[in-house]
Structure formats: structure tokens, C-alpha cells
Write a protein that binds this ligand. Structure first.
Ligand code: MSP
Length: 506
């Protein structure tokens, strides 16, 4: 089984914010989860470096676009590193491997008359770099960003998109899990009930220079979306590496925000069809992070800085918060209070306390050596774990990530309750209950190990540290075996360490 997951490639007109970080962390979570199941996983992210937005940003900064991109891409790459994002590849659309593919696709489509020269008259939004029809406009303004639209007429190249409308509508009908969630699928089907025009895929070089030149007419550069969408195939060797390309492409999973549904669910499948390729297997659109009730974005004001949060609370606290707080598909609010509350309750208290009290008791009562299990002691925890474990694959399949974390926390809380109920401090008072005490401590450490294994995709750094303290090497166990109860070996050395999630953050 293979699993190929992508994020949108981000514009390098500005630094990454919470919205970008969310999509990338979610993709990382999915990639890690599938990898843990033993699937052949490939995770791609990258940057969208051409077009008006980037050209304008470079001009504002007084540097040429290339230098601007080279400077800005580092912010994305560094942030992913700081957030523990383990992508397999990072594509920049200015790379030769990408430009070559875009130009080859354009030439091929032009030769086959899928692209033609025509006249365009329309309302254009400079900020969003897209044309709107008159009825789309709201009081003469762009319906998306609210800035004034200007009417322009020009000769341009068009991609024959309209003629594939019925095919696409049929395909979506026949493949219920192609576009998720349901609301987005219905939105796209609604969109396809209207006339679907052809897509203007060129921009005159006199207006925009920062783009991929059309191979058959140098007076034009490629429309940035036509260029950008192709990253999903150029990065995995389309046109050069047949076998590995086919293998990856057949399992493609695009993760996007709901703001870019039309480009991904309409333009892209039709482009692929014209190229003779299958649509991606799944497209999943998540909602927005809201700040003060509105979509958080630079043009609208306040943005949340993921790097600041990760430095203050730790990368894993950031990852946990976004994965736990957003129901994939819906919008979610970001506030500092919500972040603090989750950090305190779930991480510092529930998980942090369980870890520190369990490992302290092993130090105190058995000198840091893992004791033997004891018949019956901890069965309740084992049963609870087996129930939680059974639910996780289904939730992953449905991308109900918040529910997965909730289920794992049911187990974290069960382990804390087990400490209260079994009262190890009382068992330690008498020699007679020594073996029972050992059994309690063994079960606690085993519960902690399973929690760490299950949480690897969400909080990889913390997970690795817990396993290290427990003296457990996950690589030494099979993927399936790792989640079985009872893998810790008695006599192993257990180490204590500083709090995983300190209660006092700076
Ligand atoms: N460059 C295009 C995508 C091309 S993909 C072939 C683009 N880039 S972007 O930098 O604007 O980032 C878009 C993505 O960032 C959104 O689809 C979404 O994944 C994420 N988000 C940006 N703001 C967001 C929120 N406020 N909330 C959640 N995610 C949002 O569009």
C-alpha cells in the first residue's frame, strides 16, 4: 500500500502563519500515521514562487523576485524543521525539475489543441490574481478579498476546460470519497451545474514577468495556478520516472484549505484529464482558523505566529493544540486562552502528571528498574487500551483527528485513575503486597509506552522522549507488535527526567 500526501504550496509573499502551519502539521500527522501502519508513504510540501503576489512583494522589498524567493523560502523550511515536520520532499516552483514539466505539459496541450489563443474581457483582481464575472463582483469589488476589481481586455491563451464539465460532475457522483467533506463535495457539484467556461492560463509578460514563459509564445508567462497545481506531479517524477510516478500518483491525497477548493477540485482534475492522468485519489478541505470571528489572514489584520508559540510552549504543544482543537472540515477559533487551557489541562496535567508520577514511583519503589507484571494487576488498563486501539484506524480513515486524540486521552485519564484506585503508596508499606506493587508499576509504564506509541504522529518529540525514558526502542518491534499490551521487558532501566510540559511557561 502506498500513501502520497501533499499540502498546498505556499506563496512566498509573506512569512508562514498559523493557517499554513496547520495544514502542514495535519499532513505530517497523516504521513506519520500511515507510515506507522507500514505503508509506503511520501509527504510533499513546498512553495509557490511565481505570479503577481510574489512579484509585488519583491518590488515592495526592493529586491528581484528570485532573491526574494530565496530569502522567504527559508522561513518555511525553518518553521517545518522547528515544528518537527518530516516531509520527504520540498518543491519550489522555480526549480528546473518543475519548470521543465510545466512547459512540457503546455506544449503537449497546445499541440493537441487543448489550449488556444483568444480574447479575454473581464474583471480582474490584482491581489488574488484572478478574473471574476460581473455578477461575482460585490459593489465592483473582488468577492474574495474586497479590493476593487478592474476591467481589462487582452489576448490570452485558454485551456479548454468547459468541455469536461459533465465528465467531472459524473466522476464526482461516482466517487463519493473523492472530495471531502460532504459540504465541499456538494459545493463543487453546485458549481458544476452552471456553465463552466474555459480557463485563461496565460498572463502578458508586459504586466507580469515573474512566471514560467509559455514555450510556444514568449510574450506570455503561465498563469500561476496552472503552474502551481502541476507541482503535485512534477515533484514525483512525472514525465521522467514512470514507475515510481505511477505508484505514488495512484494514492495521491491532497490536503487543502476550503479557500482553494475550486482550483483543486475543478481546474486540477480537468487538467489531469487533458493530460491523460487519473484525478487524485482524495482531496480533503479543512476549514479556517478564525481570529476574532474572521478568517485569520495577513490582509485582514492580526496573524498568529506559530514559531512564537512553538518556542514558548514547545513544538509538540503547538501541534497538539491545532490537531486537537480543529474538527477537520469545520472552522476553529484561535485564542490564547484556549491554547493555555489545553496546554494546562491535557498536556501539563493529564499526560505530564501521568508520566512524572509513574516514572517517579519506579525510581522510589523499585530503584529505577522495571518490575515484573503481576497476574490480574492492570487488566482494566489493558482492556481499556484494546478498546481505544480498535477505534483508531476507523477514525484515521475518516480523518477525525480530534476524536483520535480524545480517545487516546480517555486512556491517559484511565491510567491516572488506575493510580488513584490501586494506591501504590499503600502497597509499598508492606512486604506482602510487593509483587502487586510491581504489577501496578509495570502496567503504568506499559500504559505510558502505548500512549507514547499512539501519540507519535501528533507529538513526535515528546513520544520519543517518553519511550527513551522507558528504555523502549520502537524500531526493535514490528509495527503491529508495538501496539500490543505487554512489550516492555522487566528489568529494563527506567529514567526520570524534567517535566515534559512545564507548568510555568515563560
Ligand atoms: N499558493 C496557493 C496554493 C497553491 S497549491 C497548488 C495558496 N497559497 S497560500 O499561501 O495562500 O496558502 C494557502 C493555504 O494556507 C490554504 O489553503 C490553507 O491550507 C492555509 N491557510 C491560509 N490561511 C488559513 C487560515 N486562516 N486557516 C486555515 N488555513 C488557512 O493559496
Amino acid at each position: 500500500m502506498s500513501f502520497y500526501v501533499t499540502t498546498p504550496i505556499y506563496y512566498v509573499n509573506d512569512r508562514p502563519h498559523l493557517g499554513h502551519a496547520y495544514t502542514t502539521v495535519l499532513a505530517d500527522f497523516l504521513a506519520r500515521s500511515h507510515r506507522l501502519q507500514g505503508e509506503d508513504t511520501w509527504f510533499l510540501t513546498g512553495t509557490d514562487e511565481h505570479g503577481q503576489k510574489v512579484q509585488d512583494a519583491a518590488a515592495r522589498n526592493g529586491v528581484d523576485p528570485e532573491a526574494h524567493c530565496d530569502r522567504m523560502v527559508v522561513h518555511f523550511q525553518d518553521l517545518w524543521k522547528e515544528l518537527g515536520v518530516a516531509h520527504d520532499d520540498f518543491i519550489r516552483t522555480t526549480e528546473e525539475r518543475h519548470v521543465r514539466v510545466v512547459q512540457a505539459v503546455l506544449s503537449d496541450l497546445r499541440e493537441r489543441d487543448e489550449i488556444y489563443l483568444g480574447t479575454y474581457t473581464g474583471w480582474y483582481c490584482v491581489s488574488d490574481e484572478r478574473f471574476w464575472t460581473e455578477k461575482d463582483l460585490q459593489d465592483g469589488n473582488c468577492p474574495d478579498c474586497g479590493r476593487p476589481a478592474t476591467q481589462i481586455e487582452e489576448q490570452n491563451y485558454f485551456f479548454r476546460m468547459g468541455r469536461h464539465r459533465d465528465w467531472l460532475a459524473g466522476y464526482i457522483q461516482e466517487h463519493p470519497d473523492f472530495i471531502r467533506p460532504e459540504t465541499r463535495r456538494n459545493e463543487v457539484l453546485g458549481f458544476l451545474r452552471q456553465d463552466l467556461g474555459d480557463l485563461c492560463i496565460s498572463r502578458p509578460a508586459e504586466r507580469i514577468t515573474w512566471g514560467i514563459p509559455l514555450p510556444f509564445d514568449e510574450r506570455y508567462v503561465t498563469y500561476v495556478w496552472f503552474d502551481a497545481l502541476l507541482n503535485y506531479v512534477s515533484a514525483i517524477g512525472y514525465g521522467s520516472d514512470g514507475e515510481s510516478f505511477q505508484d505514488r500518483w495512484s494514492s495521491a491525497f491532497h490536503l487543502i484549505g476550503k479557500d482553494i477548493v475550486t482550483t483543486h477540485c475543478v481546474y486540477w482534475p480537468i487538467m489531469l484529464r487533458a493530460m491523460g492522468l487519473e484525478p487524485p485519489r482524495h482531496i480533503l478541505a479543512h476549514g479556517w482558523w478564525l481570529v476574532g470571528g474572521a478568517k485569520m489572514s495577513k490582509s485582514r489584520g492580526e496573524v498568529v505566529d506559530p514559531l512564537g508559540l512553538a518556542r514558548r510552549y514547545g513544538a509538540d504543544a503547538f501541534r497538539y493544540f491545532v490537531l486537537r482543537e480543529m474538527v477537520v472540515g469545520n472552522d476553529a477559533a484561535f485564542t490564547q486562552e484556549l491554547f493555555d487551557a489545553r496546554y494546562r489541562a491535557d498536556l501539563a496535567n493529564d499526560l505530564g502528571n501521568l508520566e512524572s508520577r509513574s516514572l517517579s514511583m519506579v525510581q522510589r519503589y523499585t530503584g529505577g528498574v522495571l518490575p515484573e507484571p503481576f497476574a490480574g494487576e492492570g487488566d482494566v488498563l489493558r482492556d481499556c487500551w484494546n478498546a481505544v486501539r480498535a477505534d483508531l484506524p476507523g477514525l484515521l480513515h475518516e480523518v477525525k483527528i480530534n476524536r483520535m486524540l480524545e480517545r487516546i486521552w480517555d486512556f491517559v485519564r484511565a491510567a491516572n485513575r488506575f493510580v488513584e484506585d490501586s494506591r501504590p503508596w499503600d502497597l509499598a508499606k508492606s512486604e506482602d503486597s510487593h509483587r502487586r506493587l510491581g504489577g501496578v508499576l509495570y502496567s503504568l509504564c506499559e500504559a505510558l509506552r502505548l500512549i507514547a506509541v499512539a501519540l507519535e504522529p501528533a507529538i513526535p518529540g515528546t513520544s520519543a522522549e517518553i519511550l527513551r525514558r522507558l528504555g523502549y526502542d520502537p524500531a526493535a518491534d514490528s509495527a503491529a507488535g508495538r501496539t500490543d499490551w505487554g512489550r516492555l521487558k522487566p528489568e529494563a532501566r527506567v529514567e526520570k527526567g524534567p517535566p515534559l510540559f512545564p507548568k510555568d511557561v515563560p
